[in-house]
Design a protein around this ligand. Sequence first.
Ligand code: BV8
Length: 236
Amino acid sequence: MRAMSSNRNIVILTGAGISAESGLKTFRAEDGLWESHPVDQVATPEGFARDPDLVQRFYDERRAQVLAASPNPAHMALGHLDRHFAGELLIVTQNIDDLHERGGASRVLHMHGEALSAWCRACDARHRWTGTLREGPACPACGEVAMRPDIVWFGEMPYRMDEIFDALARADLFVSIGTSGAVYPAAGFVQQAAAHGARTLELNLEESLGSRNFDETRLGPASELVPRWVEEVLGR
Ligand code: BV8
């Protein structure tokens, strides 16, 4: 198989596992996020319609945790890659935290939205938001009280899918880091990249639902695997 350092166009998909060592909960661990709040209660439009206060509080809590968290060596390594890799690079993240950006990466696409963003359903404006939404603040743009978390819930269309599909079609390397492969369409990206000839690599703590779809799977914590892989790609 060709050397890691010969790749010129890399797409990286990250999931909750890359932020686990920053202290942010994953979803499907036994003590995971969905453990205390079933998905359909807090991560669907129906759940929000049924009990907006519960959902606003759930994401107010996640927003505060994101602000209190710090990037770990995996985020820092991807930031280093972003600054030094001469080829094309796109980090598609399922995560709603901003740890990739705080780790120094800039070519980041949040396909499931962002905890630090509020979306006004009256005028469609989006605002950087570090406070709470449970009190029903007025939209800074239109003054209406109609703001929701800027998060893609189950049943909603992920953001910027065209850009993602285009990047997958052009990639010569697809790397999945810290995701269980449980949720679509993200879980299908590995097959799309492979169908266009990309090499596929999975870096994860344990076997995932999609491991059989990868050319290579390396098991271990992201904070160890990612810095090592970045050195390989940069040919160090
Ligand atoms: C949609 C935001 C239409 C909320 C999330 C087939 C095709 C298309 C859709 C579907 C389909 N079948 C079913 C569907 C519907 C649904 C779906 O997939 N359901 C599942 C349950 C079957 N999908 C949707 O509704 C999506 N929308 O389909 O629109 C469409 C169709 C096609 C094309 C375009 C549009 C919208 C889904 C988005 C939901 N929102 N997040 C929030 O954050 O609160 S999902 C949420 O769970 C995450 O964002 C992530 O995407 C997903 C999976 O989580 P992971 O990140 O993988 O985390 P998890 O805990 O599961 O795993 C962690 C992994 O890390 C583990 O493997 C663990 O071993 C590892 N790990 C742990 N520690 C470490 C580690 N690895 C390394 N180091 C460590 N230290």
